[in-house]
Design a protein around this ligand. Structure first.
Ligand SMILES: Cc1cc2nc3c(=O)[nH]c(=O)nc-3n(C[C@H](O)[C@H](O)[C@H](O)COP(=O)(O)OP(=O)(O)OC[C@H]3O[C@@H](n4cnc5c(N)ncnc54)[C@H](O)[C@@H]3O)c2cc1C
Length: 381
């Protein structure tokens, strides 16, 4: 058993850490305050290859694998959760449905622009009445004269309304088989008539990440935009979500690590009753627990990513990593604010942003309850 990264991965980790600290950190607070999408920073990330890490070179990606992807998302999220989710949603939710289920022609058509960050991809699964129950989608696609005619609404779609958003992988009902809905994946490019993007949501956190409701009204795309066969959609989206969970778990790890660093630093410098507060067990034990949980999250995230790189089943490990790391991030953010006292509640301190950014990690790409259902089912319960 070898817990050591290869020299290549160590160098990659250091490169992304330095890049995030030197090239991304400066604008994070301002963009967060203004709720602005970080175009310049995303472009720099694309230049470094961060938007196509697990995509094969023949399709314009880095072919660096999922462990490198997890490390990249962790390091970016340690500096900015909004940039972390932009990268993760694009890579796993935007690119993976095409990588997993696309034909050679489809991969060649869409993946290079996505992997090189010339456009962002997104994933349209959630609907107003279908969240955790993804099979409840109502968006319909009907084949007419060699085109899919799509009608329906998707909500909470990340990366869907920027000026570089290029396509959305839509889950739509295309028929019925044995009394069950047949759900398919269809690629809808931005700018297709009948595809409308609503104004951005006002969110609790992830302020610089882009999230919109999408509507499709008699939106027509060529028949060949379907990914896989009709009816393969749910299976493909579930595979995509397994990869997505590695991304959310890695983001959680990055935020939890940032909370730990901020907490230890503050505990060493804030003096009350004549001593740094870190000298009181009430504070030092919180930091010790945070350190332990960050380390366990890291082990879980890297293991799930490593299994994915080996081509082995990683569904259970991705659920464990997502569940544990996201709950760790929320606890770490809550304790980081507590350790900062009143200052932690003030926007001048970054733990305030960490707290706002952490909550969604327990919700997106399968809530904590859904991860527990996934794990319980695997136990035969
Ligand atoms: C900022 C943001 C970005 C997002 N980005 C995307 C995106 O890019 N693409 C996309 O498709 N979706 C996206 N989502 C949607 C996200 O994945 C869903 O919000 C999430 O899956 C939960 O669905 P829901 O909000 O409808 O909650 P619901 O499913 O209505 O759940 C409400 C509560 O009930 C619980 N619950 C539901 N069913 C059960 C059960 N069987 N047992 C126990 N508890 C249960 C849930 O855990 C939750 O606590 C995003 C959401 C947000 C807020």
């Amino acid at each position: 058993m070898d817990f050591e990264f290869t020299e290549e991965l160590k160098a990659f980790q250091m490169t992304v850490r330095k890049f995030a600290e030197e090239e991304l950190a400066e604008s994070v607070e301002e963009l967060d305050e203004k709720h602005e999408f970080p175009y310049e920073e995303v472009s720099k990330m694309a230049d470094l290859g961060l938007l196509g890490l697990p995509i094969p070179e023949e399709y314009g990606g880095e072919d660096a694998g999922y462990l490198a992807y997890a490390i990249g998302v962790e390091e970016v999220s340690r500096i900015s959760a909004s940039l972390g989710i932009t990268m993760a949603a694009h890579t796993t939710l935007g690119c993976m449905p095409i990588k997993v289920a696309g034909t050679e022609e489809q991969k060649k058509k869409w993946l290079p622009s996505l992997a090189q960050g010339k456009m962002l991809g997104c994933f349209g699964l959630t609907e107003p009445d279908a969240g955790s129950d993804a099979a409840g989608v109502k968006t319909r696609a009907v084949l007419e004269g060699g085109e899919w005619v799509i009608n329906g609404t998707k909500c909470f779609i990340t990366n869907s309304g920027t000026r570089i958003s290029g396509l959305v992988n839509v889950a739509a009902v295309t028929g019925e088989k044995n009394g069950r809905k047949e759900i398919s994946n269809i690629v809808v490019p931005h700018g297709t008539p009948g595809f409308e993007v609503a104004p951005a949501y006002r969110k609790m956190g992830w302020n610089s990440s882009d999230t919109h409701e999408l509507s499709f009204q008699n939106c027509r795309v060529p028949e060949e935009n379907i990914l896989g066969k009709p009816g393969d959609g749910l299976k493909n989206f579930l595979i995509t979500l397994d990869y997505g969970r590695i991304g959310v778990a890695a983001q959680s790890l990055g935020i939890a690590q940032a909370c730990l660093e901020a907490s230890v630093e503050y505990a060493k410098t804030r003096v009350q009753f004549g001593k740094p507060i870190g000298k009181y067990q009430g504070i030092s034990f919180k930091c010790a627990d945070m350190d332990m949980e960050v380390e366990l999250s890291r082990t879980a995230v890297y293991k799930a990513a490593w299994l994915a790189d080996q081509g082995r089943d990683f569904s259970r490990e991705a659920a464990i990593a997502k569940l544990y790391a996201s709950e760790t991030a929320m606890r770490a953010a809550s304790n980081a604010v507590q350790i900062h006292g009143g200052y932690g509640y003030i926007e001048d301190y970054n733990v305030c942003r960490f707290f706002r950014d952490a909550k969604i990690l327990e919700i997106g790409e399968g809530t904590s309850e859904i991860q527990r259902i996934v794990l319980a089912r695997r136990l035969g319960l």
